[in-house]
Design a protein around this ligand. Structure first.
Ligand code: ADP
Length: 153
């Protein structure tokens, strides 16, 4: 039987406790999760791709079945390259749902062999967003409570 591989795509700018929790909760569902860091998105300027990859690698350094990749272009093309039939995404609220619904439906129209799997965030992480974390950093605040233990900015 082929391996069940999920791609977890995102900007991860930076990788937060919310992201970490989604990966760990999804892990029992898959043989392998590939955290896939997008190179192109407009909101990625603040942290370099190398920093973002390194942080995610540090967080999961003790897991053989969690990998970190960088990618450009369509997520479904990246999935094909990785041999992944599943896209993993996290949901915090109805705003996430509306946004994710459109992307998942578009992706499914383009490749019906790929399913998007959603995990709803734990309430204690539902307020954590990379965008807000970045704003706090820009304004000199301490964000350590929002980041996994292995990340120090
Ligand atoms: P993108 O730029 O693609 O939105 P992000 O890095 O912001 O990428 O997020 C990647 C995924 O993680 C998205 O599915 C997002 O909804 C989810 N996510 C972000 N923060 C949290 C959180 N605190 N709890 C659960 N899921 C989250």
């Amino acid at each position: 039987m082929s391996k069940k591989i999920a791609v977890f795509p995102g900007s991860f700018s930076p990788f937060t406790k919310g992201h970490e929790s989604i990966v760990l909760r999804a892990l029992p569902l898959f043989d392998e999760i590939i955290i896939s860091i997008g190179i192109n998105s407009a909101k990625n300027d603040y942290f370099s791709i190398d920093e973002r990859v390194q942080w995610a690698e540090n967080v999961f350094k003790n897991y053989d079945n969690i990998k970190v990749e960088r990618y450009e272009g369509l997520t479904i093309d990246h999935c094909m390259k990785m041999g992944a039939k599943y896209i993993l995404r996290g949901l915090r609220n109805s705003h996430d749902f509306k946004y994710e619904k459109g992307i998942a439906q578009m992706n499914h129209s383009m490749d019906s062999g790929i399913e998007t799997i959603f995990i709803i965030t734990e309430p204690k992480y539902s307020h954590i967003s990379s965008t807000i974390v970045r704003d706090v950093i820009k304004n000199g605040g301490d964000v350590s409570q929002f980041l996994p233990e292995d990340i120090s900015l």
